[in-house]
Design a protein. Structure first.
Length: 479
């Protein structure tokens, strides 16, 4: 029997505001445990929250970008549960009137476009972190409340996914959107972007199966593996005549398995009720218009502009807009040099190669564009050849050198000495009679070898165009 996998996602995005959602504590990642806390985010009795307006602005940005309906009169609710990572024993969230509803995000998989529905987006506070360790006597779990109160947006999709490929395409597009909106740094390794996968299987077109939820997956690789494992697990249970249990499961990426954490809660289990310490939020036309006017250009819009205005290929435009930092570097270079084609070639080629070689993530890219711009002028102006250009780009990337000084100190400036070229040509032709004869008999592929020999004698600093022209003339017009 064939089975169909049905999935929905709950994506948690930590917002990049400077302070927490209900207090002025910093949201900076890390720090000594329990140092980024105050009476409000540590849940002290009598401490009252005050809403950070920037959190609402960020939520509106995302909602507008995802074509959501905005709830003009929204409010917070208390979600009650007794977990050790929230000292208040409840979480301030939104159930009854979330700020955004009924949006969409378009993806493309295997050349096929598909719209993924967004059920809702709601604001809430993050929980703390449990640190499992041990001392010399007994195993222990420590609680770090630094993350308590960091603002979160939970982006809840409709159950529109049918494959792991669709899930990854959606997450990549969503991460791209969040980055360009400048609302989340999306560093999955730091937990600022996490996904819960709700998954069930059914006969194609049949009734929905019983779903499980896999919590807090924080890498695309882990998400793909978890989906494939859980789908196979459920299919095996059903084909053996068993029943899938609705539950929350945790994924162990090291072992490649999931395991049950607890039975799946429903809304009534959390005993939601309106948050009494926070007033409702009224979003008027002026506020919404102000946010809409300040929306930045998103990646898809940049791609189309790069193709239209710069004449770039769709492939290059996609590479250059894959991350905000990469597109920012390209646009700075294109503006400084007035050479968008060469700037694109540099960023999509050499810079991406160097990043991959050094295992640098796009979000950690840091290179001085003002030191790369002169190199483009030098190579296009014939003052350095491509080999020297690549070498100097790498030196700027790895050591932040001054490009002019580096070129001078390493003798990389291109030499246009015609006499030196003539002498090197004579020597190479004299040393390679057989190869010269092959070329003149029609085996033109040997030209590259002869060109390489001449450049080698010249130390690689001569103008390659000059050398090529001189070699062609010598081979085609010689005795």
């Amino acid at each position: 029997m064939k089975w169909e996998t049905v999935m929905g996602l709950e994506v948690h995005a930590e917002l990049s505001t400077k302070s927490k959602i209900f207090c002025s504590c910093t949201t900076t990642y890390g720090g000594e445990p329990n140092t980024h806390v105050c009476p409000i985010c540590s849940g002290m009795p009598g401490a009252l929250p005050k809403l950070n307006r920037a959190v609402v602005e960020y939520a509106l940005r995302i909602g507008l970008a995802l074509d959501c309906a905005i709830t003009r009169h929204c409010r917070f609710d208390r979600k009650n549960y007794f977990y050790p990572d929230l000292p208040k024993a409840y979480q301030v969230s939104q159930l009854y009137a979330p700020i955004c509803r009924d949006g969409r995000l378009d993806i493309e998989v295997g050349g096929q476009k598909k719209a993924i529905g967004i059920s809702q987006i709601h604001m809430e506070e993050d929980a703390g972190k449990l640190v499992h360790g041990s001392d010399s006597q007994v195993a222990a779990t420590f609680m770090d409340f630094n993350r308590c109160g960091v603002p979160l947006l939970e982006i809840v999709s409709k159950p529109d996914f049918r494959s792991a490929d669709e899930v990854i395409a959606y997450l990549e597009k969503l991460r791209e959107t969040l980055l360009y909106l400048d609302v989340c740094d999306c560093k999955m390794q730091e937990g600022s972007l996490r996904a819960d996968v709700n998954l069930s299987v059914r006969s194609p077109g049949g009734e929905m199966g019983v779903r499980t939820e896999m919590k807090n997956l924080n890498s695309f690789k882990a998400i793909r593996r978890a989906i494939e494992y859980e789908a196979e697990r459920q299919i095996e249970i059903l084909e053996d005549g068993g029943n899938v249990v609705q539950e929350t499961r945790r994924w162990d990426d090291d072992r490649g398995i999931s395991f049950a954490m607890r039975s799946k809660e429903n809304a009534q289990d959390y005993r939601y009720f309106p948050e009494p310490d926070l007033p409702a939020i009224d979003i008027d036309d002026a506020w919404l218009a102000s946010v809409r006017e300040r929306l930045p250009e998103l990646a898809q819009q940049k791609r189309e502009r790069y193709i239209r205005d710069y004449g770039l290929s769709r492939q290059d435009a996609s590479v250059l807009t894959a991350h905000k930092n990469v597109s920012g570097l390209f646009e700075t270079l294109a503006e400084q040099t007035r050479e968008p084609t060469e700037s694109a070639r540099l960023v999509a080629g050499e810079i991406m190669r160097l990043m991959n070689g050094a295992n640098i993530l796009p979000e950690d890219l840091s290179v001085d564009a003002s030191k790369l711009s002169p190199l483009i002028a030098l190579v296009l102006g014939g003052r350095i050849n491509r080999g020297a250009y690549k070498e100097t780009v790498e030196a700027v990337f790895t050591s932040n050198v001054d490009p002019e000084n580096y070129i001078a100190e390493n003798g990389l400036a291109m030499n246009n000495d015609g006499n030196a070229v003539a002498e090197a040509l004579d020597a190479v032709l004299a040393e390679n009679h057989d190869t010269v004869a092959e070329y003149r008999s029609g085996k033109t592929k040997v030209f590259g070898f002869l060109m390489g020999q001449v450049m080698k004698k010249l130390g690689g600093t001569e103008n390659p165009d000059m050398v090529k022209t001189a070699l062609e003339n010598a081979l085609n017009n010689g005795d």
